[in-house]
Write a protein that binds this ligand. Sequence first.
Ligand code: MN
Length: 397
Amino acid sequence: MRTWIDVPADSFFPLENLPYGVFHQWGTHCCVRIGDFVVDLWALAHAGVLPLPWYLFEGDLTRFASEGPEAWRVTRERLTELLSADHPRLRDDVELRTNAVLPLEGVRLQMPVTVGDYTDFYSSREHATNVGAMFRPDAPLMPNWLHLPVAYHGRASSLVLSERDVIRPHGQTGAGAFGPTRSLDYELEVAAVIGPGNKMGEPIRIEDAEDHIFGLVLLNDWSARDIQSWEYQPLGPFLGKNFATSISPWVVPLAALEPWRCPGPPQEPVLTYLTQTGSTTFDINLEATINGTPVTRTNFRYLYWSLRQQIAHHTVNGCPLRPGDLLASGTVSGPTPESRGCLLELTRRGSEPLTLADGSLRRFLEDGDRVTLTGWAQGDGYRVGFGEVTGRIRPAR
Ligand code: MN
């Protein structure tokens, strides 16, 4: 699709994408991104060219997310029209264009929604098998794994936006052992931003689940493996995970990913409330680099449990999801060695170090390391991407 905005051919952000975000310049406003520009929804609404309710003036997308698919569709259609090459309204209004279409480099991005609760699943069969094999070589997958999407409740207070440095955490790593973690890791994940929630006691049916997804972001679930392995029994991850979790700033709507809808891996039989048919996931390339060296190349479609299964399971007991809640996929690993989504798997708990481009070895992350996750769907001559979520490790304090 053609737009009057100058978008490089290899951009993650063509007219087909239009992901939502929040930026600060002289105020804090909601926006969409196209090429290397942000389009200020407040400015468009103020000028009367985009019919938007008052809550979009808040500088937070949570209320808009809660409106649901029809509101998202109407807004996306109008924005696509306003930015199309043959549409003059915004293109030829120099004053409005100057106010509403701003170079990305001049603005500061902020958290797109207010995240109330954050859940992290464990939905990659390969990841669960690889990690399980290190601790239980005879039976890597726990008996429940093929019957339900396993998850833990994370912590929203330590969610941060891309670019924020991560301080190496201290913690207990054994009886009487305390200090900065010596096995700091990344986890390459994708997270769903919940739009409309559900009332307490009213589960979301699997066939309705995608209507509750405002869009997807990339997520790095920073993990301290030595702290995690000492503390996790019997109640699961705690301080080895909740010191920092980074997300990418752009919420990519499922509507933008529709051309890449595809079936997931074959599944063992599941209970009726988890039974799904058809194309339940998306073909999204995912990549992680350490200091610029690619270390993981995987794909969202490898995940065993789908987004809709995660939502159906999360709410089957009546648990209410709320707008802005974040549901992360778990580490996205795949069938090939290069598709392993964290260092724990890639280096087999540090026993087989990776060699980076500068010749240095990595068992786990070192101070000064920069981890960057990217993701994109590849089309014919264009692509729809997430941008990146990046963070640098700072020494323990
Ligand atoms: Mn995780």
